[in-house]
Design a protein around this ligand. Structure first.
Ligand code: AMP
Ligand code: MG
Length: 548
């Protein structure tokens, strides 16, 4: 958008269609309560002491046509900190429920998120703007409605990083330090401490979650359930006719597809959400609610960043596709009153399974630079690689990025492709050298593993040579699927440590570099390096609690 068309946030047109079209809470006072037959409660943010804008996503702002609030635009800053509600805004907290860690948890709702409203942002479309950490709402239960700087900074950075990685996600426009402290028990050891409070302004076409539908089904509020499903269709799935007798089945198919694609992307980039409760699942298939998430360092399907889940590891990296399916099945159950046809629901479940399998296979092929993984040999190459990657500590991101530079053009052309002898054997050492930067402890690579790598790299070389794609072209394609830069856990922690001291340059540098995660940036090599040893067991770098 041209700078001439940019508007101040405070000048945007605002509406709240949930408020206009749906029944809201008749109780206007702000206290924790159970509600019924409504979809939201009107509530305003609670003012903060001395707000300071410390993070701004220029990329999102220019996409939305919004100017960065500077000293001549204090009004917009007040809006972003929850200190001011514009006359056209009707802020609210939404009602939703959810399954947490496999169990129905009843009413949850926006306990610390408040939607300011929706705005039509030129050609980019309509977006909902939501403040996270803006104070208590009727859904706060035992919480204070606030968020700390460390978790807000992580949500701010990661939302934007995921977008630039091509992973469907909600976005983050701003990060504001509130000037108030918040008490948090970081280690859940009975020693709460004051921490700086912060507010993220999140932006999404919609923040509707699986849980919005689950609570209505659980409470038997079927007519509201139907209206909300119709609202979702009209707003986001114009290809579905609302009066189509199969409209709700088609809606579930779309949610199945977008959820499966989102999870396939998570697997591709090595992202672990950490708290895949159904209240944290968007009905648009967007990554939502960045909490104790993490990024794979060494490839380990068992890994979870979430200390609260350390024992059962329900939300471990390798379990994410199955958990998204489990969550989607809960959504299907909620739609039963509208569809009343188990076979139809099973078809939507099948859509999830097929979409995930197809997307995952395509992405795996892209990561490996193979034309497809559907052939049995290629499938075996992929499976064997993932087995081998687990055999020693190997950095997932660095391994695949290094693989993009494997050269096969120079192979003797007159050799039969089936000739696996000498030359390939010799090249396996070269292969190991190429990927060596990915190994956390190369000394553990004994003769047996070396042999396995030799055999794998020869089969792989043979296979990509058979595809016949020139190195330069294959490398380009692979690099578009294998990021060089991801928000490594320790990098986010470094940004937090600096921000705690009032230095936001580390965060700003990450925000800049993570905007082009697939490029080789010569001056930013340090951000693409393996996790340093010091970070192995440091809280925030290795594991996170839910405290936020
Ligand atoms: P989460 O695990 O962050 O997705 O949160 C689960 C539920 O707890 C949601 O309903 C949140 O709104 C609520 N919640 C989390 N933290 C707080 C807080 N500090 N104050 C109020 N509600 C919260
Ligand atoms: Mg949540």
């Amino acid at each position: 958008m041209s700078p001439l068309n940019l508007k101040k946030l405070s000048e945007l047109p605002w509406e709240s269609r949930l408020v206009d079209r749906f029944p809201g809470d008749p109780e206007k006072r702000n206290f924790t309560r159970q509600v019924q037959n409504i979809t939201y409660s009107e509530v305003s943010p609670t003012a903060v002491g001395s707000p300071k804008l410390i993070g701004w996503s220029e990329a999102l702002a220019s996409y939305l046509g919004i100017l960065c609030p500077t000293s001549d635009d204090l009004l917009s800053l007040e809006v972003l900190s929850g200190n001011r509600i514009l006359p056209t805004m009707r802020p609210y907290a939404a009602r939703y429920g959810g399954h947490q860690f496999g169990h129905w948890a009843g009413q949850l709702g926006d306990g610390r998120a408040i939607t300011l409203g929706e705005s039509l942002c030129g050609a980019s479309g309509r977006f909902e703007f939501q403040l996270k950490g803006a104070g208590p709402t009727p859904y706060s239960r035992r919480g204070d409605g606030r968020a700390v700087l460390r978790s807000s900074l992580r949500e701010f950075l990661c939302s934007e990083a995921m977008h630039f990685l091509g992973v469907p996600t909600t976005r983050a426009l701003s990060l504001v330090l509130t000037g108030n402290s918040v008490m948090r028990d970081l280690f859940y050891d009975g020693h709460p401490k004051p921490e700086p409070g912060a507010i993220v302004c999140r932006v999404s076409p919609s923040f509707l979650r699986f849980g919005h539908f689950e609570i209505l089904a659980a409470q038997g509020e079927v007519s509201l359930l139907k209206r909300l499903a119709q609202f979702l269709i009209e707003d986001h799935y114009p290809q579905i006719q609302v009066n189509d007798p199969d409209a709700f089945g088609k809606l579930l198919d779309e949610i199945a597809r977008s959820t499966a694609e989102m999870v396939a992307h998570w697997m591709r980039v090595g992202f672990v959400h950490g708290v895949m409760n159904t209240d944290n699942m968007s009905v648009l298939g967007l990554t939502i609610d960045y909490g104790p998430y993490g990024w794979l360092e060494s490839y380990d399907p068992q890994w979870t960043p979430n200390t609260t889940d350390a024992e059962r590891r329900r939300y471990r990296y390798g379990n994410q596709p199955d958990i998204a399916l489990w969550n989607f099945m809960r959504l299907c159950e909620s739609f039963f009153p509208l569809i009343q046809d188990e076979a139809r629901l099973h078809r939507s479940i099948q859509v999830y399974k097929e979409t995930f399998e197809k997307s995952h296979a395509q992405m795996t092929a892209q990561k490996l630079g193979l034309s497809e993984v559907k052939s049995s040999e290629n499938e075996k190459i992929a499976d064997d690689l993932f087995q081998l990657l687990q055999s020693s500590e190997i950095d997932y991101t660095i391994f695949f990025r290094s693989l993009c530079d494997w050269k096969v053009d120079s192979q003797p052309a007159d050799r039969s492709p089936d000739d696996q002898s000498l030359v390939d054997g010799d090249r396996s050492e070269e292969f190991l050298r190429l990927v060596s930067a990915a190994f956390y402890s190369p000394e553990t690579l004994g003769a047996d593993l070396r042999g396995q790598w030799a055999s794998w790299s020869n089969r792989y070389t043979h296979q990509i040579r058979r595809d016949g794609i020139l190195d330069a072209e294959r490398s380009g394609r692979m690099k578009a699927a294998n990021p060089k830069y991801v928000l490594r856990n320790y990098l986010a922690q470094n940004a937090i440590t600096a921000a705690d001291q009032g230095d936001f340059s580390v965060m700003e540098r990450l925000l800049r570099v993570l905007k082009t995660p697939y490029d080789d940036l010569p001056h930013e090599e340090d951000l693409a390096a393996r996790r340093p040893e010091w970070a192995r067991h440091v809280p925030g770098c290795s594991a996170l609690s839910c405290s936020s």
